[in-house]
Design a protein around this ligand. Sequence first.
Ligand code: LLP
Length: 385
Amino acid sequence: MTQGNFPVDKMKGIETPYYYYDMDLLKKTLKVVKEETKKRGFTQHYAVKANANRRILELIASDGFGADCVSGNEIKAAVNAGFPASKIVFAGVGKTDKEINLALDLNIFCFNAESLPELEVINELANKKGKIAQVALRINPNVDAHTHEYITTGLNENKFGFALSHLESAIEKLNELKSLKLIGIHFHIGSQIEDINIFEPLCQKVNELQDFFESKGIKLENINLGGGLGIDYENPDKNPISDFEGYFEVFKNNLKVRDGQQVHFELGRAIVCQCGALVTRTVYVKHGESKTFVIVDAGMTDLIRPALYQAYHKVENISSNLPSQQYDVVGPICESSDVFVKDYDLNETQRGDILVLRSAGAYGEIMASQYNCRDLPKAYYSDKI
Ligand code: LLP
């Protein structure tokens, strides 16, 4: 029996909970992203933070994408999976000396620097190694992404990037820092952005900033627009997965790209989200005073997004064809927030039934924890199950 794209019989036999990845869907998504970027002369670096599973990284690397990393360990994971260091960018507000040294030793493409003290430290460490480090300034453009407050990054109140009012001093500082080469500017205004028109004010801001840098005699080789394109959590089988074409077209139409300039993107979620599902088994069906609970063996330790951001993941019972009933689907963790969905219509569910939580390929497996001394979830793949 298969339900949707799930080989249910095979899946039933595997110890739960685990992540299941549809590798064909990932390949198809990568193909679309590649075509849509290539058509417009853009470059895509995959945001490793969305999913650093080795097989996922290997597939993305083998397709020629670069990698956007935010820690030394992400850089190592990217290199081990086959991303060339020359296609790695390194962002993050708190890069440590150890991480910067690693990135310098590997000769990564660029540091996306987020503050003056960070520029000074990269300069000092590069100088010690007799190297020139390529840097881009991550700029906080104060553009509202209209997304969940925890995943909004481009407002003045957020910790990320240089404030617009500090750019002048950053440029002055860069003149003194002889082991740095400024190659570009970098932005990332937030994640799960569903209205692509929000990227228009970002483009306007970038255009103004390009004029500003040119007025200071600085020609930028590289513009990096970050990631953020959202997906439809209500419709995990939607095709295409996201409006990649519309997204890149907003930039094509609104960004004033200079001759010879490279335009980079760092999508994470839109690339990997729909190819992943969290697979779990019903441990008990419990009748409470006013509700019926489906208690499953996956919890917020395996997929924290509902507990952390009140995020919605569609739940399907792939073992049952019975008429639906209303349930709260909850995990076994000792926290009241360990709830996946409430008052939810699900095919009548029995102990042992397999449930899938859809759209879990991004910020799922990678955000798992071992709270309550739980095992980390394993992963299985459609081409090797
Ligand atoms: N570039 C930078 C600098 C970022 O900070 C991020 C995500 C990305 C690219 C990729 O953004 P994406 O295309 O995936 O939206 N854990 C949260 C999402 C946090 C996103 C953090 N930054 C969630 O589960 O919704």
